[in-house]
Ligand binder design. Structure first.
Ligand code: TLP
Length: 348
């Protein structure tokens, strides 16, 4: 039985073109700056995001970690949403390894931060009781806010506050290309609102490994040093970069298919008793599903779906997350809906 895996867009496998590019990649020692494929990727990603320089890192987690450690020193403070991936799901790395303190402000349901909340969170630099505020983080698309898309105009409202207080703005753009495709704009228009971006090749873009950090040339030099500190300087990393180049060149436009499949899935789920979806909140490849049926444990449902051939994750006691991606076709969406409907009838 084929399993339809909607747990995440991270489960995507490399495309045949990626495997070929990896096989044929020209390689060198990247710690000496001599891997031509890594150098090509770093120049390409910087160009696509409209920044001076880029750096290949192992993962999104390492990207956010090194990006923030390059902006903030031990004892400094980073402001981010209470639902930020970096706050919730990166093992507290920036505090553990960077000695950086996190101050959260509420994420609005649309993934944004209220600029007035950010303003209030900025510390008085002259008061010895306080850490120094250094960076504000945004996330686009916003994972825990159901793949919510932030427009450049929305992001500019937070940037304005940050700039007025001399703070940097970092974007967790793990899915920045999903945001760009959803908005019908170039990813560089989103990146223009921030000083640094972390973006992932290994999610909807389907590369097996890798993320990048982009920003000014001086800043990326410091991120490179931070990457060395955390043990992330790789040698013949062109084997990874080769797939990431294919991701950037061939896999961006097709994200629109994932977004369409997410819409079809969400509309179908809306019709199933015991489940609900806020259709307005489905803006990219992520669908947050509310369990409205009572008297059933969400973990039992996850097991029941899996037994029928559908994998989705529960994120708390009453919400599931489903994510569409490369490898999931329209007939898989129909099959997923049939499974959800069948299982929910049994428990309802
Ligand atoms: N997200 C994963 C899980 O960790 C939850 C997923 O399945 O969505 N920023 C954002 C917004 C992310 O969604 C993720 C991964 C990361 C950073 C971290 O990337 P990796 O997994 O490459 O370290």
């Amino acid at each position: 039985m084929r399993t339809i895996d909607l747990r995440s867009d991270t489960v995507t496998l490399p495309t045949p073109a990626m495997r070929k590019a990896m096989y044929e990649a020209e390689l060198g020692d990247d710690v000496y700056g001599e891997d031509p494929t890594v150098n090509r990727l770093e120049a390409l990603v910087a160009e696509k995001l409209g920044k001076e320089a880029g750096l290949l890192v192992v993962s999104g987690t390492m990207g956010n970690l090194t990006a923030l450690m390059a902006h903030a020193q031990r004892g400094d403070e980073v402001i981010m949403g209470h639902l930020a991936h970096t706050y919730l799901y990166e093992a507290g790395g920036i505090s553990v390894l960077g000695g950086v303190h996190v101050r959260t402000v509420p994420n609005l349901p649309n993934g944004m931060l209220n600029p007035a909340d950010v303003e209030l969170a900025v510390r008085d630099p002259n008061n010895i009781h306080f850490p120094h505020s250094r960076v504000v983080c945004l996330e686009n698309t916003h994972n825990r806010c159901g793949g919510a898309v932030l427009s450049p105009a929305q992001m500019a409202t937070v940037r304005e506050v940050a700039q007025r207080h001399g703070l940097m703005v970092h974007l967790d753009g793990a899915r920045i290309f999903n945001a760009a495709v959803a908005l019908g704009i170039d990813a560089s228009e989103i990146a223009a609102q921030v000083d640094s971006v972390q973006l992932c090749f290994s999610k909807g873009l389907s590369a097996p490994v890798g993320s990048a950090v982009v920003g000014s040339a001086d800043y990326i030099k410091e991120v490179r040093r931070q990457r060395k500190i955390v043990g992330g300087a790789m040698r013949q990393a062109g084997i990874i970069a080769a797939a990431a180049i294919v991701a950037l060149e061939e896999m961006v436009d097709r994200l629109a298919e994932d977004h369409e499949n997410a819409q079809v899935l969400a509309q179908g789920i809306k019709e199933i008793d015991g489940l609900d979806v806020d259709l307005d909140s489905v803006q990219s490849d992520i669908i947050m599903i509310t369990l409205t049926a009572s008297d059933v444990e969400i973990t039992d449902l996850v097991k029941a779906f899996r037994a029928e051939g559908l994998m989705i994750n529960n994120i708390d006691a009453s919400h599931f997350r489903a994510v569409t991606h490369y490898g999931i076709e329209r007939e898989d969406i129909s099959e997923a809906l049939a499974i959800l409907s069948r299982v929910m009838k049994q428990v309802a």
